[in-house]
Design a protein around this ligand. Structure first.
Ligand code: ADP
Ligand code: MG
Length: 233
């Protein structure tokens, strides 16, 4: 599903290039469940932003679902992002003046879906994350965990194949974190590919594969042996 080859990313301070990613080569397969770990500043968010087509690499190749997105212009990149990717952030990034349902429906506004259908689709995904009864609430009337559920519902509403989450439990207490991880587990079990950044080993243990970054390079990439194999039917 994802093929990264020799991905470099530098940020520019004036004329000075600051290298952050220094040659990332990585394949991610359909329905993979990956935890991306590593010290603060190792480049996790930079890599996630590139994977999510929010930013472009300075150098290197990124193939997503057979398309070379590293060569795309901003408009085409936005189309890929809207169709194929759902992104969940640590800070939820909800619009405070909109209700839960309106926040969830926002990507559908950009996609040109008619209003009646937008509301139906928003309610359907809110139901999937267990928040159907909070659809009319605004973010400040919801707990942190509920806000993150709304953000997950918004990431799912366009039916993307790839779900990216950058420290999705970073602002939540441990009990709420477990509830949020149960939702990611369900999303992955339903067929999506999930990549999440976390600092916490307990959270990473939900994933089937753990990739560790250090100083802009992949340090290790291992199957999570502690993750029980899915039951056979
Ligand atoms: P992580 O998510 O692993 O903590 P980041 O990808 O956020 O790491 O950051 C990696 C490095 O890049 C850090 O040194 C950070 O200061 C730097 N960095 C991140 N974003 C920018 C930016 N927009 N401009 C300049 N430097 C940045
Ligand atoms: Mg980060």
């Amino acid at each position: 599903m994802i093929h990264l080859e020799g991905i470099h990313k530098s940020y520019y301070m004036g004329k000075q290039a600051i290298p952050v990613l220094k040659g990332i080569t990585l394949d991610i397969f359909r329905n993979d469940y990956v935890a991306l770990m590593g010290p603060s500043g190792s480049g996790k968010s930079t890599l996630m932003n590139i994977l999510g087509c929010l930013d472009s690499p300075t150098m290197g190749k990124y193939i997503l679902n057979g398309q070379d997105v590293s060569k795309m212009e901003d408009d085409d990149l936005a189309t890929v992002r809207n169709k194929e990717i759902g992104f969940v952030f640590q800070q939820f990034n909800l619009l405070p003046r909109l209700t839960a349902a309106e926040n969830v429906a926002l990507p559908l506004v950009y996609a040109g879906v008619p209003k009646k259908q937008r509301i139906e689709m928003a309610l359907e995904v809110l139901n999937r994350v267990g928040l159907a009864d909070r659809s009319h609430h605004k973010p400040n009337e919801l707990s942190g965990g509920q806000c993150q559920r709304v953000a997950i519902a918004r990431a799912l509403v366009n039916n993307p194949t790839l779900i990216l989450a950058d420290e999705p439990t970073g602002n939540l207490d441990s009990k709420t974190s477990v509830e949020i991880m149960a939702i990611f587990d369900k999303i992955q079990a339903g067929g999506n590919t999930v990549i999440l950044v976390t600092h916490e080993e307990d959270i990473a243990q939900h994933a089937h594969r753990i990739v560790r970054l250090r100083d802009g390079l992949i340090e290790t990439d291992r199957v999570n042996v502690r993750q029980p194999a899915p039951a056979m039917h």
